[in-house]
Design a protein around this ligand. Structure first.
Ligand SMILES: [Zn+2]
Length: 168
């Protein structure tokens, strides 16, 4: 898939169909453990996709969802907020407050400001975070894109330690 292509769930669903040579939406529904009517409803925008299904779709395509969308900082296109979305929106707001617009690793200000006036920082899920419930702010750090990439690639213990002290 072209990086710059503006994605909709329609595009993503068709891409999964193509990659896995699924002949119909029925076969696609089976692959996702969903019903055919769920797929149809998503295609026409009547149903929302949960973060779990979104992650499943990206995983099936061998793509890391974080490389395309940062659900905490940019609303997923074509997703109307679900209950979980509302939780995510709350986390986003609290991360922006907690980080005061600065990367929680290098402590530099966000590289730019979004059109809504909020700082652009990327959220990253920290596995060792304090809560078993994934969607809580104590499990996420707000990072600049450089630090986010550094953490993904090097996964340094000292970086994790520093973040854990800030996010708890
Ligand atoms: Zn940074």
């Amino acid at each position: 898939m072209n990086d710059k292509q503006e994605f909709t769930w329609d595009v993503i669903l068709d891409e999964v169909k193509k990659v896995y040579e699924l002949k119909s939406d029925n076969a696609l529904a089976e692959k996702l453990g969903k019903t055919r009517s769920f797929i149809s409803a998503v295609r026409v925008g009547r149903k929302t996709i949960s973060i779990e299904i979104a992650e499943q779709l990206f995983h099936l395509l061998g793509m890391n969802i974080d490389d395309y969308v940062h659900p905490l900082f940019l609303p997923l296109k074509n997703i109307k907020y679900t209950e979980q979305g509302i939780e995510l929106q709350k986390i986003r707001e609290s991360l922006i407050k907690r980080s005061a617009g600065c990367c929680e690793l290098c402590e530099d200000p966000a590289p730019f400001i979004l059109s809504d006036g909020s700082p652009f920082l990327e959220s990253t899920f920290i596995e060792q975070g304090a809560s078993n419930n994934k969607y809580e702010q104590c499990n996420f750090a707000a990072l600049c894109p450089n630090c986010h990439r550094q953490l993904d690639i090097l996964n340094k213990e000292e970086d994790i330690k520093k973040l854990l002290a800030k996010i708890k």
